[in-house]
Write a protein that binds this ligand. Structure first.
Ligand SMILES: [Zn+2]
Length: 277
């Protein structure tokens, strides 16, 4: 029997989920090496969940150093079918204010040093990725934000940059010109690998501050940013709880979907959104 059905990845500021009962830690090995930390498994709102601190508890791992494959493989081993990934981001639009959450439906890749596929070494496969997040989970998270009293905006593009340095002003302005909404360093590889592993995936992007394009960017103090991170983490815990509680409306499982080769075939025909069938 699955040890968990819903996986939660916590990013900067979110290193645990309060209110878990029957907590057990699972330290897993994978064919791709070690995940960022032990998975904290327990019950939340009557459902089995597994929590992973993306950067390790104590924040030990840089975005470029993350073993994304091991992290996603670990969830798969636990029997997880859905991943809710919580991440701190910078805002590329005036309208996305600090303390608001964006639930992106697209990603744009500006990374350079990442391994982001389980395939290769003789396994040749391609997955559809036109719709990189699970439409059903997006709806459930948006409803959870409403219940939790948090602004949760549906849709938008998450630009995934390499880091660890933040953007230059030129880069930030180019991204704005391209219509990007938020900028972060981690979620695209997770989304790709989750799709390859046939797991539903959604990103909860918590706006921490405006990226450097904003005229007020330089006047924001570290204390202010830390205060926003803490408040965002507190809000994220409520949103995660409501999301898990909303799990009774889960209607499909990626695991029931056709095998990857068939998904790839569908992708060539322009389908493949995990919520479309
Ligand atoms: Zn899905």
């Amino acid at each position: 029997m699955a040890q968990a059905e819903i996986g939660i990845i916590g990013g900067s500021g979110l290193y645990s989920i309060p209110g878990l009962s029957k907590v057990k830690e699972a330290r897993l090995r994978t064919p791709f090496g070690a995940p960022s930390d032990a998975y904290v498994c327990g019950m939340l709102e009557g459902r089995k969940v597994a929590f992973l601190a993306r950067h390790g508890r104590g924040h030990r791992i840089l975005p470029s150093e993350l073993n994304f494959r091991a992290n996603i493989h670990g969830f798969k081993q636990l029997g997880v079918e859905r991943i809710v990934s919580v991440s701190a981001v910078g805002s590329l639009k005036e309208e996305h204010r600090p303390l608001e959450f964006v639930i992106p439906d697209q990603f744009f890749d500006r990374t350079r040093h990442r391994v982001d596929t389980f395939f290769g070494s003789g396994v040749v496969a391609h997955i559809a990725f036109a719709d990189p997040v699970c439409g059903e989970l997006v709806g459930i998270v948006a409803a959870a934000c409403r219940k939790a009293g948090v602004v949760g905006k549906r849709g938008g593009t998450y630009l995934c940059m390499e880091g660890p340095q933040f953007s230059t002003k030129a880069e930030s302005n180019v991204y704005r010109g391209l219509g990007m909404d938020v900028i972060g360093m981690t979620n695209l590889q997770e989304a790709k690998l989750a799709r390859e592993a046939e797991l539903c995936y959604v990103t909860v992007a918590m706006v921490t501050d405006y990226d450097c394009w904003h005229p007020h960017h330089d006047s924001v103090t570290v204390d202010q940013i830390v205060a926003v991170l803490l408040k965002n983490a507190e809000n994220a815990c409520r949103v995660v709880r409501e999301t898990v509680a909303g799990g009774s409306t889960f209607s499909h499982s990626q695991n029931e979907k056709p095998p990857i080769a068939e998904l790839a075939e569908k992708g060539r025909r322009g389908r493949g959104d995990c919520s479309s069938s």
